[in-house]
Design a binder for this molecule. Structure first.
Ligand SMILES: [Cu+2]
Length: 286
């Protein structure tokens, strides 16, 4: 983005946020080689490998196995595209099809649920998350509104019934409408992300530039703040969306500094992004 004008950069960032995608999440190779354990050693995990390619700029194609065993699952997401992407899982309830799910609009039907996955991952990189997957029909996409390039997937029964035991040092809990954060550290740390609210939520981390405020960050993403961005768009991070009661352990690679933590998801019934309902917080990574 370095060659573009400031105004173009700002518009690109606002547009990307509105579309539910973001600019970059590329940790250094050095950082990614450090291991941050997600679950205790010896935990029995099934494995789900997802990938995305970008045959043409801006056109994405997700791939997933036709079927995978459920229970406690390690989801690995390889981004072979040219820009940062995430792998958002959706669960389609019994008696309904992926085609029906793709036609669904708000208010979202009860049989269609956000179901975790792997958060924003830079091109050429592999992201990981561990969570429970119950048997059923799923599909993988980048953002909620995407209808093309999705990968359907069947999760079968038979996996371990064990619950998710986290080995993460840090925690991010989303509520309606706010966050509780603990133990965040710089570098590729393992983080337990959970949603104890009634609505779906994610956690979007935007690094605040020196002297800039949380309020400015909120206004910027709402398209109400002209001038230079109050956040560093190249260093944003984002988790996937979890439905109420959802829980996973993943890796977040944050640098030291102050962050605006925001949720751009809307209620299942509709309404404004949660940032407009006060789901904004300032957090410090020491
Ligand atoms: Cu939210």
């Amino acid at each position: 983005m370095c060659g573009r004008s400031r105004r173009k950069r700002v518009l690109a960032l606002v547009g990307a946020i509105a579309a539910g995608t973001v600019i970059a999440a590329c940790g250094s190779d050095h950082a990614e080689k450090r291991s941050a354990r997600l679950v205790p050693a010896g935990a029995k995990l099934n494995r789900l490998d997802i990938s995305v390619t970008e045959p043409r700029p801006g056109r994405f194609r997700y791939r997933a196995p036709r079927a995978v065993r459920g229970g406690l699952v390690e989801i690995r997401f390889k981004n072979s595209g040219r820009s940062p992407r995430k792998a958002q899982l959706w669960r389609v309830g019994p008696g309904h099809s992926v085609a029906q799910a793709l036609r669904a609009r708000r208010p979202l039907p009860r049989w269609l649920e956000w179901a975790g996955g792997v958060g924003l991952t830079g091109p050429g990189r592999t992201g990981v998350a561990v969570q429970r997957l119950s048997a059923g029909t799923y599909y993988v996409t980048g953002i909620g509104s995407e209808r093309r390039g999705i990968a359907p997937l069947r999760v079968t029964a038979g996996g371990s019934g064990a619950g998710l035991v986290s080995a993460a040092d840090a925690g991010v809990t989303a509520v309606d409408y706010g966050y509780r954060v603990s133990g965040l550290e710089p570098g590729p740390a393992s983080v337990e992300f959970r949603n104890t609210g009634k609505e779906p939520h994610h956690a979007f981390f935007a690094p605040l530039r020196d002297g800039r405020t949380l309020r400015e960050a909120r206004d910027f993403f709402a398209g109400k703040l002209p001038g230079p961005p109050p956040v560093d768009p190249e260093a944003t991070r984002e988790t996937v969306v979890l439905e109420r009661g959802g829980r996973q352990v993943t890796r977040l690679n944050l640098e030291s500094g102050r962050y605006a933590l925001l949720c751009f998801v809307r209620d299942r019934a509709g309404g404004p992004p949660h940032t407009e309902k006060g789901m904004v917080a300032e957090v410090e990574v020491p």
